[in-house]
Design a protein around this ligand. Structure first.
Ligand code: AHG
Ligand code: MN
Ligand code: MN
Length: 334
């Protein structure tokens, strides 16, 4: 009887990882399972977004002053719901919620972790069937157990992340997550409804040939950024130019490509918005963590993203992330 099989599901993997730590409680494995479940539910809705009346603006504006699409709200509710019912998460913060949400029930007040989310990233792309995603970040609570979590649990520097990950709802649906031990990618196998290991131990190549930036803002960028973008377009670029420019406008998809193939993703500050657009806590930090574990780097143009001490839940930050070689190239211009 041959009972060997090569495929390993997300749940099997996280439980196996836990076994390597004799004192592990299994809470992180359970948290990742909860996130995987919410992701599958969101995936179902994303896949039929063109069919049902879930497209388009929900008619409200989120706390960032941007239009909220119906799927954003649906995704937010799925992640909040699943984590509130689970045993591992004491509270969450989300792009779609003004304030953090302490679950504050007897089970959650004993839970070890807090989560931060961008429930649907790139939602401006939904109407046109372009890849979108979810981003998440996990911290160990710093307040004592037995009480509801508070703002200090969420305002930790990115280097304290225990895990971070994303789901990309693309030509296939993938969940990628990092702990300090490594970055692993799981592709959703629709036939069994399970995320299945497809990209073990992801490493970001030292160099890529793709740079990713909103070119329309070119004249709004600082001189150093303009200088680097121009250098990318020249034949003598370090890795043999000109590099190719790709910009999907869903950072999950753009950074995913940069992680797998090597490359650099930039969302610099502009004259009008010196801090750029992306949110430090649930967009920049998780990708900075994933990229560093994979061997790449992430900065705000000056400092390492993961060292920045956050002040507000929804604060924005310029963001540069990618292959070490290209990040060094960029820095020689800044
Ligand atoms: P969100 O849909 O969560 O608001 O985020 C969209 C973000 C990010 O995914 C993308 O890289 C960026 O917005 C694109 O912005 P521009 O259109 O300004 O380039
Ligand atoms: Mn986003
Ligand atoms: Mn979003």
């Amino acid at each position: 009887m041959n009972v060997d099989r090569k495929v390993q599901t997300l749940d099997e993997f996280t439980i196996q990882q836990m076994r390597d730590f004799p004192h592990a409680t299994g809470e992180l494995a359970s948290l990742l399972r909860d996130i995987g479940l919410a992701a599958k539910r969101v995936n179902v809705e994303v896949n039929k977004a063109g069919l049902v009346d879930i497209l388009g603006d929900a008619g409200t504006i989120n706390v960032q002053g941007e239009d909220v699409k119906k799927l954003d709200i649906y995704a937010n509710n799925q992640f909040v719901g699943v984590l509130k019912h689970g045993i591992s998460c004491a509270g969450i913060a989300s792009e779609e919620l003004d304030d953090y949400f302490a679950f504050d029930d007897p089970v959650s007040n004993q839970s070890k972790y807090v989560c931060l989310f961008d429930p649907l990233d790139g939602s401006g792309n939904i109407d046109t069937n372009v890849s979108i995603g979810t981003i998440f970040s996990v911290y160990r609570r710093i307040t004592e157990k037995g009480k509801p979590v508070n703002l200090s649990d969420f305002l930790q520097p990115g280097k304290e992340q225990i895990a971070a990950g994303y789901i990309v709802y693309g030509s296939s649906t993938m969940l990628v997550y990092a702990t300090r031990r490594g970055v692993n990618g799981f592709t959703l196998d629709p036939s069994i409804g399970e995320f299945t290991m497809s990209h073990p131990n992801i490493k970001c190549p030292e160099f890529g040939k793709i740079y990713s930036v909103n070119h329309g803002n070119f004249f709004q960028y600082q001189e150093g950024v303009k200088g680097y973008i121009t250098a990318c377009q020249k034949k003598d670029a370090t890795n043999g130019g000109p590099y190719t420019q790709r910009y999907i406008g869903s950072m999950v998809a753009d950074v995913h490509r940069s992680l797998i193939k090597g490359g650099i993703f930039m969302y610099p500050g502009t004259i009008e918005k010196p801090k750029g657009k992306l949110r430090l806590l649930y967009e920049c930090n998780p990708f900075a963590f994933i990229m560093e574990v994979a061997g790449g780097r992430a900065t705000n143009g000056k400092d390492r993203i993961l060292d920045v001490m956050p002040e507000k839940l929804h604060q924005r930050s310029p963001f540069f992330v990618g292959s070490t070689g290209m990040m060094a190239e960029l820095e020689s211009f800044l």
